[in-house]
Design a protein around this ligand. Structure first.
Ligand SMILES: Nc1ncnc2c1ncn2[C@@H]1O[C@H](COP(=O)(O)OP(=O)(O)OP(=O)(O)O)[C@@H](O)[C@H]1O
Length: 298
């Protein structure tokens, strides 16, 4: 569905994206993570065909995106600050979307009205920030896009609406193979909804994997040995370790079985595998890339 090849972008001679390549399959929910200023919004804006790359390719279904009205009419980009025409009501914006997007569904628009419970005849500018965000989802999902591009999408939404919106997105992915690209700093939300993760750091892709593979490649374990002895980690790829009394906590990269066999061969008194969140994986991977992390472990 999405094919990004050797993408480069500079602003005022500063390199913002440097040889970024990856693909996203149709029906996938892809989480784009990265530190502040990593280039996520720039990448999403290029995917939406708003700005042009200096070199490389951004293709949707084998078609270039920039200035391609046909491709752009089948995708929607929700930027971090929603845009509406001044003084427009939701109903008026819906009329505009209907003209623009060939798959617009009036029936869905009416169904979502009941779900969001917002007055379609009220000026959007008079709505709160979270209500405006709801309007942008209401319109975007009524346009039935093949690709939904979301920049910090859940900002300002309360927990109930967040759940509703996530369910709607998942439903569209399941029912009609909509593809979703999400950039967010809220890693719990990303973990909840995404099946694929890409981490962008200083304009380059640091890691790109299925979420399940990402999780099965890195492990958090606690071990303790008789007499306070330490684990001999010479055969293991330890990315972090910490002492908690007589127990040591390790974050180890590698095949789960090999890690387990190596630790067990040293006869620990205690060996436990602890669950690792996406937030922790992000912190360790960014730490490995030289991003200062100190002791921010949970
Ligand atoms: N139009 C522009 N002109 C000049 N520099 C820009 C422009 N847009 C972005 N940049 C620069 O590109 C870099 C990447 O910005 P971008 O907004 O893509 O990062 P981001 O990963 O989305 O960051 P954040 O997580 O903080 O939102 C930053 O250094 C930013 O200052």
């Amino acid at each position: 569905m999405i094919n990004i090849k050797h993408l480069h972008k500079t602003f005022d001679r500063t390199q913002v994206l440097n040889d970024v390549s990856f693909t996203v399959k149709r029906g996938s929910i892809y989480g784009l993570l990265g530190s502040n200023g990593a280039g996520k919004t720039t990448l999403l804006r290029m995917l939406a065909g708003i700005i042009k790359q200096n070199s490389g390719e951004v293709q949707i279904e084998d078609q270039p995106v920039f200035e391609n009205i046909e491709v752009k009419s089948r995708q929607i980009f929700l930027p971090d600050a929603p845009f509406f025409f001044a003084h427009y009501t939701t109903k008026q914006m819906a009329g505009y979307y209907e003209d623009l997007y060939p798959n617009w569904s009036q029936e869905r628009y009416h169904r979502l009205k009941d779900l969001f419970q917002l007055d379609e005849n009220k000026k959007i500018s008079n709505f709160s920030k979270g209500m405006q965000r709801q309007v942008s989802f209401w319109l975007a999902l009524s346009a039935m896009p093949d690709l939904l591009i979301l920049d910090e999408p859940f900002d300002g939404l309360d927990a109930v609406v967040r759940r509703k919106v996530k369910n709607l997105i998942i439903q569209d992915v399941a029912d009609r193979s909509m593809t979703v690209m999400i950039s967010s700093h809220n890693l719990r939300e990303v973990e909840d909804i995404c099946d694929h993760i890409g981490i962008l750091h200083k304009g380059s892709i640091l890691i790109e994997k299925e979420l399940d593979d990402l999780k099965s490649d890195i492990h958090k374990v606690q071990v303790a040995f008789r007499g306070g002895k330490d684990l001999d980690a010479s055969q293991l790829d330890v990315v972090y370790q910490e002492k908690r009394g007589s127990v040591r906590l390790y974050i180890i990269r590698g095949d789960e079985k090999i890690v387990e066999e190596e630790i067990n061969s040293q006869g620990p008194l205690l060996y436990d595998r602890l669950p690792l969140t996406l937030e922790e994986i992000f912190i360790y991977e960014m730490g490995g890339a030289g991003y200062a992390i100190e002791n921010i472990i949970v």
